[in-house]
Write a protein that binds this ligand. Structure first.
Ligand code: RB5
Length: 144
């Protein structure tokens, strides 16, 4: 699976870990930055990644900031992007099965690395259940 990943400074360390882990699991990982932990503005990275996912350049995206909140807010402005802030494997599985989430948001200051990697595993493996959820997901985008 092609996975785009980006962060801000507060998510930089976790981004590096998740990128390496995801690559080692056999996925094609494209790191959109930043390249260091210097302070940056999270919307710049969220918009870059979300625009690409919205255009279909990758099946999934992963965004990491301090809480994951700002990244989710910015990414969800893009049509076709369903960004989910997940704190555990349960929310990650529901985000995939019920919401067909295509962008995972993580909080580098909130979620420990072990739980974060568990979330990533579930997010990349769990299918969308479709059926009644398909109808609901199609109602999310206002212009669809
Ligand atoms: C940066 O200090 C912090 O505001 C950012 O990483 C994120 O948590 C915003 O939602």
């Amino acid at each position: 699976m092609r996975v785009l990943i980006a962060s801000d400074h507060a998510g930089y360390e976790l981004k590096q870990l998740v990128a390496e882990y995801t690559g080692n699991r056999g996925h094609e990982v494209v790191d959109l930055g930043p390249a260091s932990g210097e302070a940056v503005d999270y919307p710049d990275f969220a918009h870059e990644l979300a625009a690409r996912v919205g255009r279909g350049e990758a099946e999934r995206g992963i965004l990491v900031c301090g809480t994951g909140i700002g990244m989710a807010m910015a990414a969800n402005r893009h049509t076709g992007v369903r960004a989910a802030l997940c704190h555990d494997a349960f929310t990650a599985e529901a985000a995939r099965r019920h919401n067909d989430a295509n962008v995972l948001c993580l909080g580098g200051r909130v979620t420990g690395s072990g739980v974060a990697l568990q979330i990533v595993d579930v997010f990349l493996a769990a299918p969308f259940d479709g059926g009644r959820h398909d109808r609901r997901v199609h109602k999310i985008d206002l212009n669809s």
